[in-house]
Design a protein around this ligand. Structure first.
Ligand code: AMP
Ligand code: MG
Length: 326
């Protein structure tokens, strides 16, 4: 069985093709970017409209398949930006009807975790999922993927992007801040906000903007201190979830997980507690269609052609989903 999966929760329009053995046959993405400013939902939606057919075609080419070889269609149902999600839903229904193939909507955050398991062979990991809009620590317990800790305001990626925007860097800001941070030498004290198992970034953002505007600090030092502070917060809550659940594996997912310093900090924490640490390749950390496709395969028994039953779920939470495939 071969599944074509569509990702369109936010900035990325992605199409993946995966078979039921877990072999990734194609993974093609086209991401909306800006020189200045953040994601504008309507513009991101237009971006997806413009690229969707090309992305599907290049995924089929990469897999050396034709549309008629596809048996199942999956799409990202949520959480995400409604205008963007609707592009994916509409295209998924169109393909499903054309191919007479069943359709399945899947949860984006859970797809990050399952592709991590598939690619790393982790069995029952804690997922640290720092991305643009989401920041969660997730693990399986009694029938569901539970959220053990999360951001109380914005995702860590949006936080980094907002600061990057404030200092005149475009979107996405994460990779640019990572580069700047490499040249930072002095740690500048920032608020450290962990509340129980949760984290919060808005106060740190205000503080960083004030420090930047005061012109008293080197920008490299601020970028360095930003990373050291918020990544330590993420590693702390991930470690506490590991201690609480007794789980011995940590997997990363989400765009911010591409950051080498965050990876290094996670690796050290896992070494210190004799746990295994796994990082999938970057193309599977950022939003991508392959993870949606694999999630479709996992949930194939729930696929349907009853289109009235299928809709987007912009506010769906990880623990809303009944996990019937684990
Ligand atoms: P996602 O929503 O999972 O696709 O992730 C997108 C987010 O990842 C954006 O906020 C980016 O700024 C961030 N990001 C991408 N690469 C890096 C990096 N190397 N370091 C930090 N953040 C990154
Ligand atoms: Mg994501």
């Amino acid at each position: 069985m071969i599944c074509l999966g569509i990702e369109s929760t936010a900035h990325t329009f992605g199409v993946g093709i995966v078979n039921d053995k877990g072999k990734v046959l194609a993974n093609v993405t086209d991401a909306y970017k800006t020189e200045k400013g953040g994601i504008h939902p309507t513009e991101a939606k237009l971006h997806h409209e413009n690229v969707k057919d090309e992305v599907i075609e290049s995924a089929l080419n990469q897999a050396k398949l034709e549309l008629k070889d596809i048996d199942l269609i999956s799409f990202s149902q949520g959480p995400g930006l409604a205008p963007c999600l609707l592009v994916g839903l509409k295209k998924a229904i169109e393909l499903s009807k054309k191919l007479n193939a069943p359709l399945i909507g899947v949860n984006h955050c859970i797809a990050h975790l399952e592709i991590g398991k598939l690619l790393t062979k982790a069995k029952d990991p804690i997922l640290l999922y720092p991305s643009g809009a989401n920041t969660q620590v997730i693990a399986y317990e009694v029938g569901k993927y539970r959220v053990f800790g999360e951001t109380l305001d914005q995702g860590v990626g949006n936080f980094i992007d907002s600061f990057a925007r404030h200092i005149g860097l475009g979107f996405p800001g994460g990779p640019k801040i990572e580069k700047l941070a490499l040249r930072g030498k002095n740690y500048v004290e920032l608020p450290y906000v962990v509340k129980g198992m949760d984290v919060s970034f808005s106060g740190i953002l205000t503080n960083l903007k004030q420090k930047y505007d005061s012109k008293k600090y080197k920008i490299e030092d601020l970028a360095f201190s930003l990373q050291e502070t918020v990544f330590a917060m993420l590693v702390e809550v991930a470690e506490r979830a590991m201690a609480h659940t007794g789980k011995k594996e940590l997997v990363l997912g989400g765009g911010v997980a591409c950051n080498k310093r965050l990876q290094e900090m996670c690796r050290i924490m896992c070494q210190e507690r004799n746990a295994k640490f796994f990082v999938p390749p970057n193309e599977f950390l950022v939003d991508n269609g392959a993870m949606i496709s694999w999630q479709g395969i996992l949930q194939r028994k729930q696929a349907t052609k009853n289109y009235k039953k299928i809709n987007i779920r912009p506010y769906e939470r990880t623990d809303d989903v009944e996990v019937m495939w684990v």
